[in-house]
Design a protein around this ligand. Structure first.
Ligand SMILES: [Zn+2]
Length: 479
């Protein structure tokens, strides 16, 4: 029954080999796997990610042979987050896996691109705020792209600071130097008009000017005046006023000066003098429109005569101004009330009050006057018989001269501005000496003055003020 001894040995040997193989499988065959590089790493978004792979081998009793492995890699660097790279190898029924953690992050701040490291800013924009500065820049982020819209700007002294922030909160700062520049020229203001009339043979007197600069302040003393008129030759001259500020900005202003010949030819139209003189006279003021009238007269360098009252006390100071600006001042009445004609005494009382007020305002003892209603008025008869004659006698004996008018612009009626202008043109046409009655307490009359002056100057009329030497224009006394 028993097999031979040799058979037994053989069976035992075979069983031993099988045992050995089984043991070897469990203990001697091994898959080795090492992940190359870091097992956990942070990678910048949008950069290239190259996996370093793994080192995989099979070892059998210390003898290693390389082994193929598979790798599952879904890392997307365009998307922030955590990823796993999984390596796996299989052999003889054995399986080995390893994992690498890859974190995609955006840690790169945006780049600010500026066209220049300096920016010029006009001093006229002071105080400067960032929104007033015109400066080109852009901000590009490696992950978010164009983040220009997220850039904040602030002005810190002479620094413009740009701060760009990306979606991950990474910030970049760029500083641009502000260079303040004065690019605003000074401003020249001319006193008087842009066209003035000056009689030839007289001396040209500058009416005045001022210059102001936003940085240098008052530059009036630096103004250079050129193109002064040749006062011996009729014509239009352009006087130029120029001034330059410390930053080199220059500004100019001009004024035309019309030099006219004897007898008041209009230089502009080279009209020959006609030998006639017009005296513009204004009664009943000063009032609300007198200042405007004085401005007009000044702009033409033309003088007039004011027969003044104290009807509007708050404008009293314009009597002084009118006198200072070369106009003649005469007494009309203080109250401009008809009852001044009640008696010689009441007239003289009122007259004296006005005369004194003029003296107060001007320092002069005026010798010219005009009767309310004119010397030929008959209203005074209702108050006192012969009173105008009595007044005329008394005042004339004291050296006073009264002036009526021979031209009435008719502004006491409903005449319009254009009608007033036409009335004056028509009435001055045939007289050597025209004393024109006007009222500066009427706006429509003041508005008519520029056209009247231009007409007179353009047609060779002399425009003058009334003095006691002026040829008498008096109406016949009727009471
Ligand atoms: Zn009057």
């Amino acid at each position: 029954m028993f097999k031979s001894k040799g058979f037994k040995i053989a069976v035992i040997s075979i069983l031993s080999v099988i045992m050995l193989l089984v043991l070897s499988y469990f203990f001697a065959i091994k898959i080795n796997m090492n992940v190359n590089g870091d097992k956990e790493l942070v990678v910048e978004a949008n950069s290239d990610y190259i996996d370093k792979g793994a080192d995989v081998s099979l070892s059998f009793f210390g003898v290693k042979t390389p082994l193929e492995y598979s790798c599952e890699n879904n890392v997307d660097t365009t998307s922030i987050g955590e990823y796993s790279v999984v390596y796996s190898a299989k052999k003889f029924g054995k399986i080995k896996t390893e994992e690498r953690k890859v974190i995609i992050e955006d840690n790169t701040p945006p780049e600010i691109i500026v066209s220049s490291k300096t920016v010029k800013v006009s001093l006229s924009l002071m105080p400067v705020t960032s929104d007033k500065i015109n400066f080109e820049f852009s901000a590009i982020d490696s992950f978010d792209g164009d983040v220009t819209a997220n850039v904040t700007k602030e002005v810190d002294g002479d620094i413009l600071r740009l701060v760009a922030t990306d979606g991950a909160g990474n910030q970049n700062v760029t500083e641009v130097k502000i260079e303040y520049v004065d690019d605003k020229p000074p401003v020249i203001s001319l006193k008087g008009g842009s066209l003035v009339y000056v009689k030839s043979g007289t001396q040209y007197k500058e009416i005045g000017y001022s210059a102001n600069d936003n940085v240098d302040g008052d530059l009036t003393s630096k103004v250079k005046v050129t193109g002064l008129p040749n006062m011996s030759k009729s014509g239009i001259y352009v006087v130029t006023y120029g001034v330059t500020d410390s930053a080199g900005n220059t500004t100019y202003a001009t004024r035309k000066v019309a030099v006219y010949g004897a007898g008041y030819a209009d230089a502009y139209k080279t009209v020959k003098p006609n030998g006639k003189t017009v005296y513009l006279t204004f009664d009943d003021g000063p009032g609300p429109y007198t200042a405007q009238l004085l401005d007009i007269l000044k702009s033409y360098n033309v003088k007039a005569t004011f027969f003044v009252t104290n009807q509007f006390p708050k404008y009293q100071n314009l009597i002084g101004r009118a006198y200072k600006e070369g106009h003649a001042i005469g007494v009309h009445t203080y109250t401009h009330n008809w009852n001044v004609y009640s008696s010689l005494e009441s007239y003289i009382d009122d007259f004296t009050k006005m005369h004194n007020l003029i003296k107060e305002q001007t320092g002069i003892d005026t010798k010219i006057f005009r009767f309310p209603g004119g010397a030929n008025n008959t209203v005074s008869k209702k108050y006192a018989n012969g009173v105008v004659s009595a007044i005329a006698n008394q005042l004339t004996s004291q050296g006073y001269v009264y002036y009526d008018w021979n031209c009435d612009c008719n502004d006491a009626t409903s005449a319009s501005t254009s009608r007033i202008i036409e009335n004056v043109k028509r009435q001055i046409a045939n007289k050597d000496h025209s004393v024109v009655l006007m009222h500066d307490i009427k706006k429509k009359t003041v508005n008519a003055v520029p056209a009247i002056i231009e007409y007179c100057l353009a047609h060779g009329y002399n425009l003058d003020v009334i003095t006691t030497e002026t040829p008498l224009v008096q109406l016949t006394i009727a009471n």
